[in-house]
Design a protein around this ligand. Structure first.
Ligand code: 3PG
Length: 395
């Protein structure tokens, strides 16, 4: 896609779509500012080139104007990170926005109010997109996390603004999630976890065509076990996906992909943080117990396997890591990946939950790349093209 560096920016009004959709607590305090920090390099670059930065984002999924979803609580953090007074508009279109933009000095930053306060945003309404675009000369999309949405501010505006180029974060995400995955240093391993196989079918199928090793963990493994005729107790099973699980196993075989399922699991007597727990062989989960994490033998095998790789992509936790008792598998994988990254392995963490797990383990800056997109990275890994990317110049 077109890159930022090519554009002539001095004095230009740039509509910069970022994904500043950060979690806020009940007191409107930011609980995780990763997405804001990840957006800073592009904003700073534009400021330094003398552009007038008109920054737009959504926050949450509001239905109409909802104070709880205002972008105002983000202003102090943005000011701090950018070292300027960020001006905040009360709207994302209209006269006030036009005035504030016109008065912006070169290198200034104007933050627009939540674009999803208008239903026209998600409808990708052309008139609304035109209004958004009317404030600027050119478009930069750095909102990787929203690139799977064909909305007015991610797709529609490109019809009215040229050039329309990718920001640095967007570029970096694509370099890793598309580039490194298409041309990996080998051996290339994927670790796929998460509770349901149904939400990961696309990812698994797409990755089976690319990887040498596929490691599976998380709740989805019990569907595979049941399909193989194992006793699964009261573990989570998708009964209508048993055949599919077997066909994925067959597919891995036919493609020469080494498929690793956990050989032991930590089971619980109930789905709770304080459940009774014990480790059992994967093939013999006792009646009345449910698997909530991978066991120590599996951790060992997975870790040894990861030592042999050159590229690893991870999507989805190994167990119910929100419960401390069942976080060991996920934590161990996070630590192992930090470890191999230090030895030169390219490690890519894609997807919301595995990112949260890596952050919880305090290892976020120890990986080659941590994606800022949940749904967007999943769709990319499924081999889909993202509308927000497709709309950019030279896509
Ligand atoms: C996300 O948090 O995944 C993105 O910001 C997109 O948000 P959405 O799922 O509400 O479109």
């Amino acid at each position: 896609v077109g890159t930022l560096k090519e554009s002539d920016l001095k004095g230009k009004k740039v509509f910069l779509r970022a994904d500043l959709n950060v979690p806020l607590d009940d007191n409107q305090k930011i609980t995780d500012d990763n997405r804001i920090r990840a957006s800073v390099p592009t904003i700073k670059f534009l400021m330094e080139k003398g552009a007038k930065v008109i920054l737009a984002s959504h926050l949450g999924r509001p239905k109409g104007v909802t104070p709880k979803y205002s972008l105002k609580p983000l202003v102090p953090r943005l000011c701090e990170l950018l070292g300027v007074d960020v001006v905040m508009a009360n709207d994302c279109i209209g006269e006030e926005v036009q005035k504030l933009a016109a008065n912006l000095p070169d290198g200034g930053v104007l933050l627009l109010e939540n674009v999803r306060f208008y239903k026209e945003e998600e409808k990708n309404d052309p008139e609304f997109a035109k209004k958004l675009a009317s404030v600027a000369n050119l478009y930069v999309n750095d909102a990787f996390g929203t690139a799977h949405r064909a909305h007015a501010s991610t797709e529609g505006v490109t019809k009215y603004l040229r050039p329309s180029v990718a920001g640095f974060l967007m570029q970096k995400e694509l370099d890793y999630l598309v580039g490194a995955v298409a041309n990996p240093k080998k051996p290339f391993a994927a670790i796929v976890g998460g509770s349901k196989v149904s939400t990961k079918i696309g990812v698994i199928e797409s990755l089976l065509a690319k990887v040498d090793i596929l490691i599976l963990g998380g709740g989805m493994i019990f569907t595979f076990y049941k399909a193989q005729g194992y006793a699964v107790g009261k573990s989570l099973v998708e009964e209508d996906k048993l055949e599919l699980a077997n066909s994925l196993i067959e597919k891995a075989k036919s493609k020469g992909v080494s498929l690793l399922l956990p050989t032991d699991v930590v089971v619980a007597d109930k789905f709770a943080a304080d459940a009774e727990s014990k480790t059992v062989p994967a093939s013999a989960i006792p009646d009345g117990w449910m698997g909530l994490d991978i066991g120590p033998d599996s951790i060992k095998t997975f870790s040894e396997t990861l030592d042999t790789t050159k590229t690893v992509i991870w999507n989805g936790p190994m167990g119910v890591f929100e419960f401390e008792k069942f976080a060991a598998g996920t934590d161990a994988i996070a630590k192992k990946l930090a470890d191999v990254t230090a030895k030169g392995v390219t490690t890519i963490i894609g997807g919301g939950d595995s990112v949260a797990a890596v952050e919880k383990a305090g290892l976020a800056n120890k990986m080659s790349h941590i994606s800022t997109g949940g749904g967007a990275s999943l769709e990319l890994l499924e081999g889909k093209t993202l509308p927000g990317v497709l709309a950019l110049d030279d896509a």
